[in-house]
Design a protein around this ligand. Structure first.
Ligand code: B12
Length: 212
């Protein structure tokens, strides 16, 4: 098995130790750092995304895979100019006001990051005002909002309305998700997209930045 494949397998198995070892081996051998990311780490994460979507992998395993991938990226990153890092765009993500659920949102953040986006994760219980401030501060391409309660999902509408009021709505694409949220709800509140899980969220982000 090539070292790239071993790194990919390490990511899929969530084996942080193996990933670090093999990435270091390639770095020491003078391998192009971007090749380590693209042919090793990301290749593994792409398979994780597909398996998660197919129901062949579950949340804890995906989180371990994402952690293993991040540990590899951390080794390679200092060797790459910031401008050369794979950068698909910037995604700002948070859980809406009144809602403290963050497991799914963090998983989305990890998968989107693994797909090459820079992710700014602003946490839980985020009010429309805080979302707007974060948009001004970070100028993301996409905003992701998460809600897990039927009582908090209406906050998403409030956030969109507030962004309109602040003149920020058209500067970003807005995607939403969480257990009670549907495509129909996304259409109703004027979001640009909805996805059911973390790997389709990463696909959706790629699709949306290509339409800018
Ligand atoms: C864990 C959990 C908690 C934990 C949260 C811990 C944490 N750090 O997140 C704790 C114990 C704190 C909690 C509290 C409460 N919870 Co709770 N909780 C859950 C539970 C069991 C699992 C949620 C979860 O993490 N799932 C796993 C993740 C991976 O899945 P996910 O969140 O759906 O995320 C995926 C997708 O939805 C999507 N996605 C998520 N966000 C986003 C964002 C974007 C942009 C995109 C594109 C996609 C996307 O991708 C994710 C990954 O694939 C659910 C039940 C359930 N089965 O959903 C109840 C549940 C959500 N909770 C519920 C309730 C009622 C509560 C409480 C009100 C309970 C209480 N009486 O105190 C409080 C509310 C606290 C608050 N203000 O938020 C209800 C909600 C009912 C409703 N329809 O409103 C549920 C459905 C349980 C139930 N059947 O009654 N909860």
């Amino acid at each position: 098995m090539s070292c790239f494949n071993e790194i990919g397998e390490g990511v899929i198995k969530g084996n942080e130790k193996l990933v670090k070892e093999k990435v270091q081996e390639l770095i020491d051998a003078g391998t192009n750092p971007l090749a380590i990311i693209n042919q090793g780490l990301m290749a593994g994460m792409n398979i994780v995304g597909a398996r998660f979507k197919a129901g062949d992998m579950f949340v804890p395993e995906v989180m371990m895979a994402a952690r293993a991938m991040s540990s590899g990226i951390a080794l390679v990153k200092p060797l790459i100019n910031d401008s050369d890092m794979p950068n698909a765009g910037k995604v700002l993500i948070g859980t809406v006001k009144g809602d403290l659920h963050d497991i799914g949102k963090n998983l989305v953040a990890m998968m989107v990051e693994s797909a090459g986006f820079k992710v700014v994760n602003i946490g839980i219980d985020i009010s429309p005002e805080k979302f707007a401030e974060a948009v001004k501060e970070h100028t993301p391409d996409i905003i992701g909002m998460s809600a897990m309660l039927t009582t908090t999902m209406m906050q998403m509408k409030e956030i969109i309305e507030h962004l309109k009021k602040e003149g920020l709505r058209d500067t970003v694409k807005i995607i939403i998700g969480g257990a009670p949220v549907t495509q129909q709800f996304a259409n109703e509140i004027g979001a640009d997209g909805y996805s059911v899980d973390a790997s389709s969220a990463a696909e959706l982000c790629k699709e949306l930045v290509s339409t800018f």
